[in-house]
Design a protein around this ligand. Structure first.
Ligand code: ADP
Length: 262
């Protein structure tokens, strides 16, 4: 596997506006989403995005423990974002870091507006996000994977939530920053939206952008989110069309047996 040595490059973007990994400025890293890969979870999704590998599992709506946390009028949404010890080049400490605690909170807050929590009072919806491999943009991928897993679990949603980071590197506005671009760039702005009405549920910014750059970055992020949203829908459709085929096959077999008995 080729590794980019963070100290060996001169520029992250060349004179033809091509990035260090060969992408154009407005190009996403390759994405693949699989749903329903954990049998014990109500819903699950595995997201490959460039070198990122993110697993999301959803449990619920289910009885809430401890009960004193129960909300009388809606489900309690809980979220845990964790990076595995082997997810980054240097071993990450297994103890929950301040960053993981903060990201668990912002991811929960970006998912919650999509969930019809009032349909399930006194229950919990538990979302677990495990970063198996990290290369920048894992909070966004955590959100995208988690909302796909929520849909897979059959949790009623207003819309899928989809997220993507944009930023500024060497004066250029870029879509979908990887780890080097995130660390060496001038600004990084993760955004999550409900794509149907473009409602923003997460917007953070590290660094500085002018008003005009911010508008361009936002438009680019929305375009990126729309592309990822298509892949989310496709992954969900794929699973349910496979199930539909299995059910139809079983029905055919059953009716053939019935006919033979007659
Ligand atoms: P995000 O993953 O959402 O972009 P950050 O901006 O905090 O969140 O992190 C950027 C990247 O830095 C991560 O995706 C990961 O590749 C790397 N990173 C984060 N935490 C650690 C860590 N403890 N050790 C090594 N690399 C890390």
């Amino acid at each position: 596997m080729t590794r980019i040595n963070q100290n060996s490059y001169e520029r992250l973007i060349d004179e033809n506006e091509i990035r260090i990994d060969g992408r154009k400025l407005d190009e996403l890293r390759p994405i693949n989403i699989e749903v329903g890969i954990l049998t014990n979870a109500y819903g699950s999704a595995l997201l490959h995005h460039g070198k990122n590998k993110i697993l999301a599992a959803v449990f619920g709506p289910r009885e809430l423990h401890p009960r004193h946390l129960a909300l009388p009028d809606r489900a309690l949404v809980r979220c845990e974002y964790r990076m595995t010890t082997f997810s980054v080049e240097e071993r990450k400490s297994p103890a929950p870091s301040r960053r993981e605690i903060e990201l668990s909170k912002v991811i929960r807050e970006s998912l919650e507006p999509a969930i019809f929590t009032h349909l399930y009072p006194r229950t919990s919806v538990d979302v677990f996000i495990e970063v198996l491999q990290a290369d920048g943009g894992t909070r966004c991928d955590g959100i995208t994977a988690a909302s796909t897993a929520l849909a897979d679990a059959g949790v009623p949603l207003r819309d899928l939530v989809v997220a993507c980071a944009v930023g500024k590197v060497e004066g250029h506005i870029l879509l979908d920053l990887d780890d080097i671009e995130d660390k060496k760039g001038e600004a990084d702005m993760p955004i999550a939206i409900l794509p149907r009405n473009k409602e923003v549920t997460l917007l953070q910014m590290d660094g500085q952008l002018s008003r005009e750059e911010f508008q361009r970055a936002l438009d680019l992020a929305i375009k990126g989110c729309e592309q990822i949203h298509e892949m989310q829908k496709e992954a969900l459709r794929k699973k349910y069309s496979e199930i539909q085929e299995e059910v139809l096959e079983e029905l055919n077999e059953f009716s053939e047996k019935e006919e033979n008995q007659d």
